[in-house]
Design a protein. Structure first.
Length: 274
C-alpha cells in the first residue's frame, strides 16, 4: 500500500488522483483550504470503503507557517511517503499579499511547493520508489521571471503571475535535483494540459470569459491525470524529468538553466529566513 500526499487534493486533478489511488487500495492524504470540501472528500472515501485510508488536512498553503505545520503533522503521523503530488494553485486577477507579506500566487504556487518538497524529503526517502510530481507549466513559453520584482509589485497581471509561477517551478525541479545528489526521490515536472475540472480563482469579467472558453476545449480529467499516474506508478529513472502533455522535454532548454536554479534557491532561502 502506497502513501500519497496531494496538495490541492479536494478539487480538480488533485481530487481525481486521490480517488484513483483510494480505489486502488492506497492511502491518500489531501491538503486543502476548505473544510467543507474536506468533508465531501472523506464522505466519498467512506462510500468507496476507503474511509480508513483517507485523510484530510485543512491548511492555507499560501502561508509559510501553515506549510510548516502541515509538514510536522505528516511527519508525526506517517512513517513514509511514496509520492508527493503538488497541485495547489489559485488564479487572481488582482494582486493580493498574504498576512506574511508574500504575493499570493508566488506564495501558493511556488513557496509552498518548495517547502513541502524540502520538508517531506526524508519521509520520501524511506519509501521504496519515491517521487515528487509537480503539476505546473513545463513547456509553456509564455511569461518570464521578474528577478527584481518576484512579488510583482510593479504592474501586476494575473496571467503574468501564473506564468512566472510555472517558470519558478521549472527551476525548483532543477535546484531540487542539484542540491541533493545521491537521493533516490525523483522529481517530475508535468503539464497535463487543460482539463475540464474548473479553474480555481477570482477573476475579472474578461478573464472569467476567457477561462470559460478554455474549459470548452479542455480534455476530460481522466485523460489529464494519465501521465501523472504513470509517473507515480513507475517514476522515471532520472533525478529530474519534465513532460508537456505526455511529451518528454529536453532539460537543456533555457527554462531549466542550472545557474538560474541556483540563484532562485538562494533567493528563496533568504526570503524564508529574512
Amino acid at each position: 500500500m502506497k502513501t500519497l500526499v496531494v496538495s490541492g487534493g479536494t478539487s480538480g486533478i488533485g481530487e481525481a488522483l486521490a480517488h484513483t489511488y483510494l480505489k486502488r487500495g492506497d492511502q491518500v492524504v489531501v491538503i486543502g483550504p476548505h473544510p467543507e470540501k474536506g468533508r465531501i472528500f472523506l464522505a466519498a472515501a467512506e462510500d468507496l470503503g476507503a474511509g480508513e485510508r483517507a485523510f484530510f488536512l485543512p491548511a492555507d498553503l499560501s502561508l509559510v507557517s501553515e506549510n510548516k505545520r502541515i509538514i510536522e503533522d505528516i511527519r508525526e503521523n506517517f512513517p513514509a511517503v511514496d509520492a508527493l503530488v503538488l497541485c495547489a494553485r489559485f488564479f487572481r486577477s488582482s494582486r493580493r499579499v498574504t498576512s506574511e507579506g508574500f504575493e499570493h500566487n508566488f506564495a501558493l504556487y511556488y513557496l509552498s511547493r518548495f517547502l513541502l518538497g524540502d520538508g517531506l524529503l526524508d519521509l520520501l526517502e524511506k519509501a521504496p520508489d519515491p517521487v515528487i510530481v509537480n503539476v505546473a507549466g513545463p513547456g509553456v513559453e509564455a511569461g518570464q521571471i521578474h528577478w527584481d520584482d518576484l512579488g510583482l509589485e510593479r504592474g501586476y497581471d494575473g496571467w503574468g503571475a501564473m506564468f512566472q509561477g510555472g517558470k519558478l517551478n521549472n527551476l525548483l525541479g532543477v535546484s531540487f535535483s542539484l542540491q541533493r545528489p545521491g537521493h533516490r526521490t525523483r522529481y517530475v515536472l508535468d503539464f497535463p494540459g487543460g482539463t475540464a475540472t474548473g479553474f480555481a480563482g477570482e477573476f475579472d469579467p474578461a478573464t472569467a470569459a476567457h477561462v470559460k472558453e478554455m474549459l470548452r476545449f479542455a480534455k476530460p480529467v481522466e485523460a489529464g491525470i494519465t501521465p501523472i499516474v504513470a509517473a507515480i506508478d513507475s517514476p522515471p529513472a532520472e533525478p529530474l524529468s519534465a513532460f508537456f502533455e505526455g511529451r518528454r522535454l529536453d532539460l537543456r532548454h533555457h527554462s531549466f538553466d542550472p545557474e538560474d536554479a541556483r540563484r532562485l534557491d538562494a533567493v528563496t532561502r533568504e526570503l524564508l529566513t529574512g
